[in-house]
Design a protein around this ligand. Sequence first.
Ligand code: IMP
Ligand code: MG
Length: 184
Amino acid sequence: MDVQDMGQDLEKVLLSKEQIDTRLTEMAAEIDADYAGRELLLVGVLRGAVMVMADLSRKIHLPIEMDWMAVSSYGSGTKSSGVVRILKDLDTDLHGRDVLIVEDIIDSGLTLSWLLANLRSRGPASVEIATLLRKPEAAKVAVDVRYVGFDIAPEFVVGYGLDYAERYRHLPFVGTLAPHVYGG
Ligand code: IMP
Ligand code: MG
């Protein structure tokens, strides 16, 4: 799916696929430097982080393992409910592991702060966060994030893994939707 498939539904492209690719390369280099000599467990948060995980992990040179968690804090709307449920837990024992949570976006921060506390209670050596996007003005709780791709304005975005009502995840860029999409 690309710009031309969006018809009138696309308002604007916020981050092109080239911008995303360049930034992920920089983040991977930082991760390689910070964790040199160690073996990371990347924990992807389904479903939004699938694209970030796929592209970021392939730019990391260190040995890594991947595992996935599914949590839910949103319905099909655009506002955080603040209620987090585990829909799918990790298969990996976190004892003594260096864990890096891979996220698509931090909005209110409610999901991530809950997830951090949850994973830290499992006896890992370390837990850090890498997110492609962050909306600083939307923060309801402070979350210490080690790697941030881009800070963006507090508007609803789709693409590169992010959905609106499960659509648009397969856009190669991040963009905003025209108001009529939400109105319908
Ligand atoms: P938070 O708990 O408010 O930080 O929201 C976390 C989750 O809400 C993210 O992992 C996304 O799945 C979803 N989310 C937040 N903002 C957006 C957005 O602008 N577009 C699509 N999904 C979003
Ligand atoms: Mg997410």
